[in-house]
Ligand binder design. Structure first.
Ligand SMILES: [Zn+2]
Ligand SMILES: [Zn+2]
Length: 102
């Protein structure tokens, strides 16, 4: 009776161990991926405003400047595991006012 129980349980537990082992392997940094650039997107996000002053004809002017971040998002696809990852980069900080930065 004891033997029979052992025999039926064993194959299942081995299979479970294998499954979790392969998942662990898949998650580690050492896993080789076949990342290929899949798509590149740009988007501009307004992040805030600030005031700046400038001189024109000996008069001090004040203006509000809008700061925009140009974000680049690159999506990579790995055909070995059929999954994707994305990375974002801050490409440029754009000031709407054409002024000098301190
Ligand atoms: Zn992969
Ligand atoms: Zn500015």
């Amino acid at each position: 009776m004891t033997m029979a129980v052992l025999l039926t349980i064993l194959p299942i537990s081995v299979k479970d161990a294998e499954a979790s082992a392969s998942k662990l392997e898949f998650d580690t940094v050492a896993t080789e991926h076949n990342w290929k650039e899949y798509s590149t997107d740009y988007e501009e996000i307004e992040v805030g405003t600030h005031e700046y002053t400038y001189w024109k004809n000996f008069i001090r002017h004040k203006r509000t400047c809008t700061i925009t971040h140009r974000i680049k998002t690159v999506v990579y696809y790995c055909e070995d595991h059929d999954h994707t990852k994305s990375e974002t980069f801050l490409e440029e900080v754009i000031h709407s006012g054409n002024h000098k930065h301190d």
